[in-house]
Design a protein around this ligand. Structure first.
Ligand SMILES: [Cu+2]
Length: 356
């Protein structure tokens, strides 16, 4: 439906960040080309000016000039510093993400991209995003844009969207986030920008920037399309189902003498550990608690929690469990020890007593 756009020299500028990035790119290019031009012009000029004219010409004895040395040190230094300062400012623009930006989750895997929207919609090798188009009188965007958080299920990949002038490594065992403010409707490339094995060149996808209305109706369509990964709800909601399905509640439950810590209200706090250190209870902490509980035992608890590898809990599921734990407010009760996971949507209804 959408043709992939690609202009002659650079990809289209489809995010707020892209224009500043391109300006910086051209600025560096101009400085480098200008610097090279000065060097080559001098090379040519001096070759002529100081060429040996007669067989008896003598090479003059030239001693150094502090003035010239200072000039050719300070001027390039100032240019290099300007690269640094502008570079840091641009970098910050992309990694300082407004706290109210909705979070999309991306998991790289040999050789595909799995995406999950904040409300649970999932996609593979495609990502639909709403456009950012509300500006104040001075033309500054008033919307937070979206937050993309990514990790990998196997090797290092790199989530690259040239039209957004954005690429970042997707590393197993770590979460990395960037902010996007898509400003132009259209369909753009997603590439894996880090060689990741045989299928690397096929690890490509499409990013669709839709108007807000189209984004909403697209999501409705996904909800309704039969067989296309129907989802029941938010990551936290899916996480609670997993929590029951994996029977985390056999230990983490609402009983006073439960065998494992109450998880409610812990997110964002500092957690004392058995080894005497304090750890921030954040996404990475929850990930380590599930993947490798021995690495950080909560103070006062036994090391009985099993480690859940990626064959039991994949990255999207891990993310959903984290969202569930994060959603538990202080004082909120964990599920009952005996509560069971609900049957999947559409499963045959069990015969009740009366039907026998
Ligand atoms: Cu890859």
């Amino acid at each position: 439906m959408f043709a992939i756009e690609m202009s002659a020299i650079l990809p289209p500028q489809a995010s707020e960040f892209a224009a500043g990035y391109d300006l910086f790119f051209w600025y560096i290019t101009a400085v480098i080309v200008g610097g090279a031009a000065v060097v080559f012009a001098m090379l040519a000029g001096f070759s002529y000016l100081y060429a040996r004219r007669t067989p008896t010409d003598k090479t003059p004895r030239i001693l150094g000039s502090t003035k010239v040395e200072v000039i050719w040190t300070v001027i390039p230094f100032l240019f290099f510093m300007s690269f640094f300062v502008i570079g840091v400012r641009l970098y910050n623009e992309q990694v300082k993400i407004p706290p109210d930006a909705p979070e999309y989750f991306v998991a790289g895997k040999q050789w595909m991209w799995k995406m999950q929207h904040p409300d649970g919609v999932r996609e593979i090798d495609e990502l639909h995003l709403p456009i950012c188009d509300e500006r104040d009188a001075s033309g500054t965007l008033t919307e937070p844009g979206v937050k993309i958080t990514a990790t990998s299920e196997d090797v290092i990949h790199d989530f690259g969207v040239p039209a957004f002038r954005s690429k970042f490594d997707v590393v197993p065992g770590r979460y990395i986030s960037v902010g996007y403010k898509p400003t132009k409707e259209g369909t753009y490339h997603i590439f894996c920008d880090q060689y990741c094995g045989q299928g690397h060149s096929q690890m490509i996808g499409k990013l669709h920037v839709l108007s807000k209305a189209n984004y909403e109706s697209w999501k409705q369509g996904v909800y309704r399309l039969p067989g296309k990964n129907p989802v029941d709800g938010s990551p936290a909601w899916e996480g609670r189902k997993l929590f029951l399905k994996l029977q985390c509640n056999s230990c983490h439950n609402n009983e006073a003498n439960a065998r494992a810590p109450q998880l409610a209200g812990m997110y964002g706090e500092y957690r004392p550990l058995e080894d005497g250190t304090m750890q921030k209870f954040d996404d990475e902490y929850v990930r380590r608690s599930i993947r490798n509980p021995i690495s950080q035992v909560a103070a006062g608890w036994k090391t009985i929690m099993p480690a859940y590898g990626s064959s039991q809990v994949d990255e999207i599921e891990l993310r959903n469990l984290t969202a569930y734990i994060k959603s538990l407010k202080k004082g909120e009760r964990l599920p009952d020890r005996t509560e069971m996971a609900p049957a999947p949507v559409g499963a045959p209804v069990q015969a009740s007593e009366g039907n026998k």
